[in-house]
Design a protein around this ligand. Structure first.
Ligand SMILES: O=C(O)CCC(=O)C(=O)O
Ligand SMILES: [Fe+2]
Length: 366
């Protein structure tokens, strides 16, 4: 019997086996050419990215130009933060900030894949109901998110938007370490956006006006080693990302899995020095499904603690996500209603925050 799951973007999907395989379906792309002076080189890498983005929606980027000084520093800061006592981390609880995804997301409080039966709910622990099936637990991970801040963007055109992130007290160097990384990833993402324009057979500067003030949030995550089975619990449940594309910096533990088009879970094994890049929902909408936003999850049964740092890049909140002209035609009209980036992100953020079992009605974002 295939398992059917409904995601927060409304999409349903199914898979027949919950066991991930090692199939090599995620291409490894040499990113050095995205920085090349030669348009031919940039077009060549763009064609590889085009194929990856429409077939699987995931690729590894090696030789991406971000020094390991930054990728390692962000992991060190992650370890420092997650080692703090729970009450210290709860000082920056995300439930305190309506509409924004910033701050601390506690362990085992979210349920990304929409499972109904949660460990915290007493009724499912009752013998007579427990007999109805597995007790399913909320995601075994904790996260801290921070947002774009024009003061940390060397290319910012407008310094007026307020910084929305919240920061723990008494953790010197934490904010600085995270923003040093964030600024490098902003630079890489702006460059990649130009390559995505070429990949969509558009002029290279086509999306430039969308990324002067981008939506660019990031998070650090900690996944303890799980002892529960994959059927009972995930590190982060099956989901798609919200913005245009995500750049994931993962440690050497492993655990990220991608759902292939044939319904098999495939391991995105760690490749030292690489980033994993994936297409997210706003880009899939804008390209009228030409690029695919692929379902993924994390299961850490690898015998050690896992840390990761995804960076989520999206277009300016104020701009309508107009269809990409090379992806619509009389025979292939736009499938989605047009809304601004901001309207789309806010809707999705609130949906996600409401799966947090710790939000009290007073704290709930809406
Ligand atoms: O930890 C990872 O490798 C991926 C995390 C992820 O998918 C997310 O935060 O959206
Ligand atoms: Fe994700």
């Amino acid at each position: 019997m295939p398992t059917v799951v409904t995601l927060q973007n409304g999409q349903t999907f199914s898979f027949t086996s919950n066991i991930a395989t090692d199939l090599d379906i995620i291409p490894v792309i040499d990113g050095s050419r995205i920085w090349s002076e030669s348009l031919e080189d940039r077009q060549a890498v763009a064609e590889e990215i085009r194929e990856a983005s429409r077939k699987i929606g995931f690729f590894y980027l090696v030789n991406h130009g971000v020094d390991e000084e930054y990728t390692e520093a962000v992991m060190r800061q992650a370890k420092r933060f997650f080692e703090l006592p729970e009450e210290k981390k709860m000082e920056v609880f995300t439930g305190l900030v309506p509409n924004e995804y910033v701050g601390y997301h506690p362990m085992e409080c979210y349920n990304r894949n929409g499972w109904k039966r949660q460990g915290q709910c007493a009724y499912w622990k009752d013998q007579k109901f427990a007999a109805l099936g597995l007790i399913r637990r909320t995601d075994l991970s904790e996260a801290f998110n921070w947002a774009y801040d024009p003061a940390e963007d060397p290319e910012a055109v407008d310094q007026s938007p307020p910084a929305v992130s919240i920061w723990p007290s008494d953790l010197p160097g934490f904010r600085e370490g995270l923003y040093a990384y964030h600024t490098k990833l902003l630079q890489l993402s702006r460059r990649l956006t130009r390559i995505f324009a070429l990949a969509l057979h558009l002029p290279e500067d086509f999306f430039d006006e969308y990324i002067r003030q981008p939506e660019a949030g990031a998070r650090i995550l900690h996944y303890p080693q799980q002892s529960a089975s994959v059927d009972e619990q995930n590190g982060i449940g099956a989901h798609t990302d919200v913005e245009c594309f995500t750049i994931v910096n993962q440690d050497e533990t492993g655990g990220l899995e991608v759902l292939s088009k044939t319904g098999a879970w495939v391991k995105a094994r760690p490749i030292p020095g690489s980033f994993v890049v994936n297409i997210a929902d706003a880009f899939m909408r804008q390209t009228n499904d030409f690029f695919v936003s692929t379902i993924h999850r994390v299961i850490n049964r690898n015998g050690r603690e896992r840390y990761s740092a995804p960076f989520f890049f999206g277009f300016d909140r104020a701009k309508p996500l107009e269809p990409v002209p090379t992806c619509v035609s009389a025979d292939n009209p736009m499938k989605y209603p047009i809304m601004t980036g901001g309207e789309y992100y806010t809707w999705r953020t609130n949906k996600q925050k409401q799966t947090n079992t710790r939000n009290t009605p007073g704290q709930r974002a809406n």
